[in-house]
Design a binder for this molecule. Sequence first.
Ligand SMILES: Cc1cc2nc3c(=O)[nH]c(=O)nc-3n(C[C@H](O)[C@H](O)[C@H](O)COP(=O)(O)OP(=O)(O)OC[C@H]3O[C@@H](n4cnc5c(N)ncnc54)[C@H](O)[C@@H]3O)c2cc1C
Length: 286
Amino acid sequence: MAVNYIPETLEEALLLRKAEGAVPLAGGTDIMVQHRRAQGIAPDPGFPVMVISGLKELKGIRKLEDGSVEIMALTTAAEIAASDIVPWHVRKAASGMGAIALRNVATIGGNIGNASPKGDLPQPLILLDAEVVLVSFDGERRMLLDEFILGSKKTAIADDEIIKSVIIPPHDFTYSYYRKIGMRRANAISKLSLSAACIVKDGIISDFRAASGAAGPKVIRSREAESMIVRRPVEELPEIVPDFLTAWDHAISPHAMPMYRRHTTSRMLTYFLEAIVNGTEPGIIE
Ligand SMILES: Cc1cc2nc3c(=O)[nH]c(=O)nc-3n(C[C@H](O)[C@H](O)[C@H](O)COP(=O)(O)OP(=O)(O)OC[C@H]3O[C@@H](n4cnc5c(N)ncnc54)[C@H](O)[C@@H]3O)c2cc1C
């Protein structure tokens, strides 16, 4: 791919974005594939490209004062998977992205920027109410990732903005669940995925949430379905579950293999909910 620019600082990158409309290339694992041409010919996207992989300002993972975790945009899937401060759902998803070679270059900023409903990281991040931080010459703005991703391959990024980081608020879940269903264990784009989490205190479910990946144009969380479970006693779950599953089924809209995706989503949610009802030891439900 003809690379037009290689900025050395974030400031330079923001200038190139504003003045030249240069599009960021981080790991390049999506952008290079999307604009590929015949074998032996370099990809040509038809717009100016800037390689941002050298920008130190966009690297690293850190814990913030309020206990949130900030993952900078150029952090790779391998770095996320290896971090002990990143919440479990996100580490788990990162460790199952593609094969090792891919995980070493694919970035969180690229996974979000690409906004594929099959992308692995938006799903647990949306479960955890993560926010994306966007930066431009005018300053920074923060918004829920769920609102930033508008649909398949569509985001709310402005022409002069760059994704700076993702901030995940702290959580202390009683039960956590994550499952990605792909063709193979490695190097397979997700066919379907689900993460779920809940907090149980004194027999009451004080927080319940789930997120479906590859089951619609973007990651789906149904607050309506979730609210059917929140603040209810665990012992009432068996009678709530059928209506909850129906509500979740209405919320998802898989376009390919819909029966398979609907049935499997329902099976995964049932599996998680049954573990809670059965009083399984708190922790990760596998
Ligand atoms: C063989 C193969 C296997 C794959 N397997 C998986 C998989 O299992 N799971 C999965 O989720 N994905 C998978 N992918 C897709 C891809 O690797 C991921 O989406 C990856 O996270 C993209 O990151 P990147 O840094 O390579 O993005 P790039 O290709 O560099 O960029 C992707 C998009 O994001 C934009 N962008 C990147 N960084 C920023 C930024 N900081 N600010 C604003 N915009 C930005 C770019 O302009 C571009 O539009 C696979 C791809 C390949 C080729």
